[in-house]
Ligand binder design. Structure first.
Ligand code: GCV
Length: 684
């Protein structure tokens, strides 16, 4: 019989499917790194019926492709070593796998661990694993406002739909909880540290309660940022003085109300007397008085206070020294449920800063680090900047607090100073964009933060590789070059924005583009770039050595001396600590000016290289994500040239030297660049 050559609907469908396989199926990135096949039907045995154990079992049933798994919670001594959230995974001679933990939360993390091993092709050989988180509290900080906007958010509006709550529960909440649990995040601060008192109204708390209920089975507690003047704004009191008896009672009542609704509420995050926010100093009191008052209200419920050290006054002395000066005198005086939350660097999430000297200096108070996952100063969600390397750079920095080997990680995870509580926070880059983070590759920063919060000894590279493999493909032809590109990406941003310790060269009104020349009449000096770069005809950089502001003295020896001397100072921080002559000889043999030009140029060339790498990756992944990242890299390449030209042409006014002839020439005129005003509204 002659075959009919006319294509049927079936043929067309098949052709369409083959086309999609070849080119990569349409893909919007919504599934993050959680892409395992869910048709596994694994045998999972457990007698635990709590919601968290049920999630663990169901995740395994749907995704685990191997031997039967037995889940059990035990309180044996061997398990206690792994803390409440740790787990042990073993395989016996009958090829049964057991996940044993001290709590259902441990089972959940064990299940996700096993599934991750499977997803990255590492669930091989006889399994014999034990894990416990390095930090007890692993938090996201959302800078989400109650009106749905997000401060420094670049992935759309907030995922928290306060208008719809408590009646309507967005399916996103559960997806969010699952993604976080899969990387070990166990807490989230729902609202902006620039907090409105309204977050504590009874009506709002009913809404918070609903979110807490969705997150709870995933072992995620909710926390809130509070406004220090809430007793006045909400309670009608005429003061918020932390030593006032009525104020103290108001907070106790409010806390009680919260715990009646949310019995496992985590606690408060507080930004006080910082950037115009109210605080105890408004009433002649101290950070200590304020933090301890809240701690006292929360303690009976096992809640904590995370009091931020991001404080600085509008003076013309060195802003980098202020937090240390304000907080170290209170060391040892805070109540046991207070943690001091410190940004990774002494200023403010710049592309590169040395670690804050508060890490290591406050030894009798638990200090937690705050990292930015959102890229406020790193090109928003337009630029590729894999931050695993940046988090590691800070966590691995040696504070020398107890001699060599006193890393920031050890100074904050409780091990160096013997603290019972330990925490780490990351300012979320999550919004309602379909792909959650704006840039597909920015999902890696959320992932890397979670993985390092669980285990800060992991390498940034191994995290990037496991993330790529789960998110895109197991093809090494893709993983290796993309991982290399990610590993170099943050350094590239530092190079084209502010290399060698330069900082805060951002435009007024937003933190996206360059404006090293920015002068605003009447503005606080420490919100202006010239306060930081101090470029003049003799050189450039902020003298924080012993002949200058002496900020180096806030570090322990021998780091203090290392930073203090221009010859021994790590060149990555040179202009952070020194005002350096334009013809100073760098280790490369070049003059400072030439070296600066080389760094800016290198930043631009790196992004060009990323474009080439990415374009050659087209055959390996779906067309949609490929095109999206490609478009973002184009923006980044243009922005990198903008940054380079703006900074070099401007600093050239002072250096009066030419850009080395072998480097790319500027393509912009300084006067044109000075006219650029982006339409983004925000203070400084
Ligand atoms: C939440 C910087 C940011 C502000 C942010 C502040 C903070 O100044 O620009 O948007 O406010 O840090 O961390 O409190």
């Amino acid at each position: 019989m002659k075959k009919d050559k006319t294509p049927t609907a079936c043929h067309l469908l098949l052709a369409a499917c083959l086309f999609l396989v070849n080119t990569g199926a349409a893909e919007n990135g919504h599934r993050l790194w959680l892409r395992a096949d869910t048709s596994a039907q694994a045998t999972v045995i457990t007698s635990h019926i709590g919601a968290t154990a049920v999630i663990a079992a169901n995740e395994l049933r749907k995704q685990w492709q191997g031997s039967p798994v037995i889940l059990s919670v035990k309180n044996t001594l061997s398990i206690k070593d792994y803390g409440n959230e740790g787990f042990i995974i073993n395989e016996n001679s009958q090829k049964e796998i057991s996940i044993t933990a001290g709590s259902e939360a441990g089972l959940l993390y064990g299940a996700y661990h096993l599934l991750r091993l499977q997803a990255i092709g590492a669930a091989i050989g006889t399994l014999n694993i034990s894990e416990a988180p390095k930090y007890k509290i692993r938090l996201l900080n959302h800078w989400d406002n109650l009106d749905g906007t997000i401060e420094r958010g670049y992935a759309g509006y907030s995922i928290w739909k306060w208008d719809e709550l408590p009646q309507t529960i967005s399916p996103r909440y559960k997806e969010y909880a699952r993604a976080n649990a899969s990387i070990g995040i166990n807490g989230t601060v729902l609202n902006n540290v620039n907090a409105t008192p309204q977050v504590l109204t009874s009506e709002m708390l009913q809404k918070v309660k609903i979110i807490a209920e969705v997150l709870r089975p995933y072992n995620i507690k909710v926390y809130l940022s509070i406004n220090f003047s809430s007793p006045m704004a909400l309670g009608g009191l005429n003061t918020a003085d932390p030593l006032d008896k009525d104020v103290r009672q108001w907070w106790k009542n409010k806390v009680k109300e919260i715990y009646q609704l949310i019995p496992d509420f985590g606690g408060f995050l507080v930004k006080a007397n910082s950037e115009g926010l109210p605080g105890p100093q408004d009433f002649g009191r101290t950070h200590l008085d304020g933090a301890n008052m809240l701690a006292e209200a929360l303690a009976p419920h096992k809640g904590i206070v995370m009091w931020r050290a991001f404080v600085y006054h509008p003076t013309d002395t060195d802003r980098a020294k202020q937090a240390y000066q304000e907080f170290t005198p209170f060391d040892g005086k805070f109540l046991p449920n207070v943690l001091i939350q410190v940004k990774n660097g002494p200023i403010d999430f710049q592309p590169r800063e040395p670690f804050s000297p508060l890490f290591g200096a406050m030894q009798q108070t638990p200090v937690m680090s705050e990292f930015q996952i959102t890229q406020e100063y790193l090109g928003f969600s337009n630029h590729l900047a894999y931050l695993g390397t940046m988090y590691k750079e800070c966590l691995d920095s040696d504070t020398y607090a107890h001699g060599e080997g006193s890393s920031v990680a050890k100074a904050t995870d409780g091990s160096l100073f013997g603290h019972k509580i330990s925490a780490i926070a990351g300012v979320a880059n999550i919004g309602e964009d379909t792909n959650w983070c704006g840039h597909h590759l920015a999902q890696a920063n959320w992932y890397a933060f979670g993985r390092l919060a669980w285990n800060h000894t992991l390498s940034a590279e191994s995290i990037s590789r496991e993330w790529i493999r789960q998110t895109f493909t197991d093809n090494e032809e893709f993983i290796t070059p993309v991982a290399e590109m990610m590993m170099q990406s943050r350094e590239a941003v530092v190079n084209y924005m502010m290399p060698m310790g330069l900082h805060h060269l951002f435009a007024w009104g937003h933190h996206y583009g360059p404006e090293p020349w920015c002068e605003v009449e009447g503005a606080r000096p420490d919100w202006l770039p010239s306060y930081y770069h101090k470029a003049d005809h003799t050189g450039i950089g902020f003298n924080r050595s012993s002949t200058g502001s002496n900020a180096v003295a806030q570090y322990f020896s021998p780091l203090r001396e290392e930073f203090n001397h221009i010859q021994s100072c790590d060149e990555r921080y040179l202009l952070w600590f020194h005002h350096v002559a334009w013809d100073y000889r760098m280790k490369s043999g070049r003059t400072l000016w030439d070296e600066l030009c080389y760094h800016y140029d290198k930043g631009v060339q790196s992004v060009r290289k990323f474009q080439k790498i990415w374009d050659s990756m087209e055959p390996y992944i779906d067309a949609e994500r490929f095109a999206h990242v490609q478009a973002r890299l184009r923006i980044q390449a243009r922005d990198a040239v903008w940054w380079k030209d703006a900074c070099l042409l401007y600093f050239q006014i002072f250096s009066m030297r030419h850009i080395p002839y072998e480097l790319e020439r500027p393509v912009h005129d300084l006067d044109d660049l000075k006219k650029i005003k982006l339409n983004m509204t925000h203070h400084n």
